[in-house]
Every structure is written in structure tokens, then in C-alpha cells.
Design a protein around this ligand. Structure first.
Ligand code: GUN
Length: 281
């Protein structure tokens, strides 16, 4: 069994991004720039946003942090997005989710200009991915694909089972696996016999958000297991997969933490660099 080390690969990718930004500076080009918007004081979101900011700073990407109060009106938030959309020195815009309840997430994320939508949450970018066209890829599924590639795990012709159908992970994950030639099944809370499907998986992606959902008896011998879950069990971070039991059967498996999470952050940097290069053209 081999551990899919997302922490190590993410560090390598950050190093590559830093080399690129140093080269841009040496060529006298402007700095790539990511604008992050956080509304309210959700503690988990505050940590995510701080990590994203630190990633930018350490890789030579300019980080424009916009921290707004929980009482911010939709009009105020949309007008900030408009300003950042119109600012030619800003390459990527990310609104941290979830938003406070009085703000419409769809309306807000759709307001970000498609060429700055580094989260790839907009209908336009998701539509392009669905059509198999070149577009920003959502950071978590993109990170999973990059991790599989790094370990030379070929998706073509494989039975891929995705557990979870969220807009951020499950659905785009299925689309990327499909584009890579996988035979894809998407399972979810209404799936009648989950283990029937998971046991067939050559590549199993657990993204349901439920601790210990995937037990050892639910996976095939030699399967590649990717755990996207981020759950708290007795205050400890854990994924959707019973790691100890599943690691015994897996050929490859991601740990939590240190698997998919760091890759998500690294892919945000990659998308920002892509946006920057598109803007310089
Ligand atoms: N909240 C949880 N995950 C994410 C993410 O990837 N992007 C944004 N913007 N918000 C999130």
C-alpha cells in the first residue's frame, strides 16, 4: 500500500509557483494577485482564508484580503465584487463559503467574472467542464486528479465511484474522472445499496462528509481510495474513510489530514497563475 502524500506534492507545487512568480518579477511583470472575500466570523472559514493568504504570501502571489462584517448587505458585497472584477491588477476572486444566511450564494458567486473565477463555481465554468472544454477546474477535484497523475494512476477504463454529489466536489469530480476516461458512478444519500457500488470501485472517491462512512468491507482489494472528507470526531479531524481498515486492502490511499486538503489549496494557486497568464496575453 502506498500513501498518496498530498502534503508533500502540495509543497512541491508551491515551490514551482514560487519559481514562476520570481521569474515574472525578474522580467519586470506585475505580481499575480488573488482577492479573497470573507464575510462574517465563521471560525473554520477564518482558518481556511488565513491559510490561503499565507500560501499566496509564501509563493509570491499578492493577496488582497477583504474581511467584511456578518451584517454586510448583498448590495455591498456585489459592489465589492464589481470593483475587483474591474480592477486589472486582480487575477482571481474567491468568496469564501458558506456565506451568512441573508446572502444569496448563487447570486454572489455568479457575479465573479468568469476569467477571475478561480474557484470554478460559476455555471459558466462548470458548463465548460461539462462540455470537456478548457476551463478553471474546481480546486478539490483538480487536486485529486493531480494527485492521481503524480502517482501514475491511470483513470482510463477504470471503475470510478464517487460518493457525494455536491456542487463543489462530487459533481465536478465525476466530470473530471469521466473526461479522463473513467467509467463513473455517482452515489449519494439516496443510493439504495452503497456498498454494492463501492465494492466495484477501482478508484473510490469519498466525498460525503460523514466520518467512517466507508468501512473496510466496502472496498475492493487493491482499490485506490481518495478521502475528501473533513469531519471532526471527538475534536479530531478525520475523513469519510475508516483509514486503518481500508488501508489494509487499498493499493493507494490518502491520509486525512495530509491528503486532499493541501492539494485543494495548491490548486487555487495554480488557477490564480493560469488566470494571471490569461490576463497578460
Ligand atoms: N468553503 C469550503 N470549501 C471552499 C472552497 O473551496 N472555496 C470557497 N470559496 N469556499 C469554500
Amino acid at each position: 500500500m502506498t500513501i498518496l502524500d498530498g502534503k508533500n506534492l502540495a509543497a512541491k507545487i508551491r515551490g514551482e509557483v514560487a519559481v514562476k512568480t520570481a521569474a515574472y518579477a525578474a522580467e519586470g511583470k506585475r505580481q499575480p494577485c488573488l482577492a479573497v472575500i470573507l464575510v462574517g466570523e465563521d471560525p473554520a472559514s477564518q482558518i481556511y482564508v488565513r491559510n490561503k493568504h499565507n500560501d499566496c504570501v509564501t509563493t509570491g502571489i499578492k493577496s488582497l484580503m477583504n474581511t467584511l462584517s456578518a451584517e454586510t448587505t448583498e448590495e455591498e458585497l456585489l459592489s465589492l465584487i464589481d470593483r475587483l472584477n474591474d480592477d486589472d491588477s486582480v487575477d482571481g476572486i474567491l468568496v469564501q463559503l458558506p456565506l451568512p444566511r441573508h446572502l444569496n450564494e448563487t447570486k454572489v458567486t455568479e457575479r465573479i467574472r468568469a476569467d477571475k473565477d478561480v474557484d470554478a463555481f460559476s455555471a459558466y465554468n462548470v458548463g465548460k467542464i461539462t462540455l470537456g472544454r478548457d476551463a478553471f477546474k474546481p480546486c478539490t477535484p483538480y487536486g485529486v486528479m493531480r494527485l492521481l497523475e503524480e502517482y501514475n494512476i491511470d483513470v482510463k477504463g477504470k471503475e470510478c465511484v464517487v460518493v457525494g454529489r455536491s456542487n463543489i466536489v462530487g459533481k465536478p469530480m465525476a466530470l473530471l474522472l469521466l473526461a479522463a476516461g473513467g467509467t463513473v458512478t455517482v452515489c449519494h444519500t439516496k443510493t439504495a445499496d452503497l456498498s454494492f457500488h463501492t465494492r466495484r470501485a477501482d478508484i473510490l472517491i469519498a466525498a460525503a462528509g460523514r466520518a467512517d462512512l466507508i468501512t473496510g468491507d466496502m472496498v475492493k482489494e487493491g482499490a485506490v481510495i481518495v478521502d475528501v472528507g473533513m469531519n471532526r470526531k471527538d475534536g479530531v479531524l478525520c475523513g469519510d474513510v475508516d483509514y486503518a481498515a481500508c488501508a489494509e486492502k487499498a493499493s493507494y490511499i490518502t491520509p486525512v489530514p495530509g491528503g486532499v486538503g493541501p492539494m485543494t489549496r495548491a490548486m487555487l494557486l495554480e488557477n490564480t497563475i493560469t488566470a494571471y497568464n490569461n490576463h497578460l496575453k
